[in-house]
Design a protein around this ligand. Structure first.
Ligand code: ZN
Length: 142
């Protein structure tokens, strides 16, 4: 699905619970009932043990930035995509918003925010936690 200048995820029977979960303020991520590992994006069978017994579980929305990159192309100038490891364990690839690229660091704390695109898609995005807090934490351990 193309929305404005972006390509957005497709909401299907399999993925609808995930993409609409932002409406409640908590992201639902698929988790395997057999091996307890996470799968993102949602899949019909666990990507780790191939079990078909999967459920959606809410995550708290806090994590750490692992890596990031600018999105190439003239129409996407300034857009950033990052890999975020959530506290609960799942690793998500998300747009990174409301930040100065110079403030990004590996391990920087981020939180999930949601952009309500339409009634089928609440797009999870990563926002850098207050940089003041981050500075405080650096001082606290030095
Ligand atoms: Zn599994």
């Amino acid at each position: 699905m193309v929305h404005g200048r972006r390509v957005l995820p497709e909401s299907t029977e399999l993925t609808a619970a995930h993409w609409t979960s932002g409406a409640s303020g908590r992201l639902l991520v698929q988790r395997c009932l057999q091996c307890r590992r996470w799968s993102f994006p949602p899949v019909p069978n666990c990507r780790h043990c191939w079990s078909g017994r999967l459920e959606f579980e809410p995550v708290g929305g806090k994590g750490a930035l692992t890596s990031w990159a600018g999105v190439p192309g003239p129409r996407t100038a300034g857009r950033l995509v990052g890999i975020v490891d959530l506290v609960e364990g799942p690793r998500l690839m998300l747009g990174v918003v409301e930040c100065d690229p110079d403030d990004l660091r590996v391990g920087a704390p981020v939180r999930l925010v949601f952009e309500n695109v339409d009634d089928r898609i609440w797009l999870p995005l990563a926002e850098l936690e207050e940089s003041d807090l981050f500075e405080d934490r650096i001082e606290a351990v030095s």
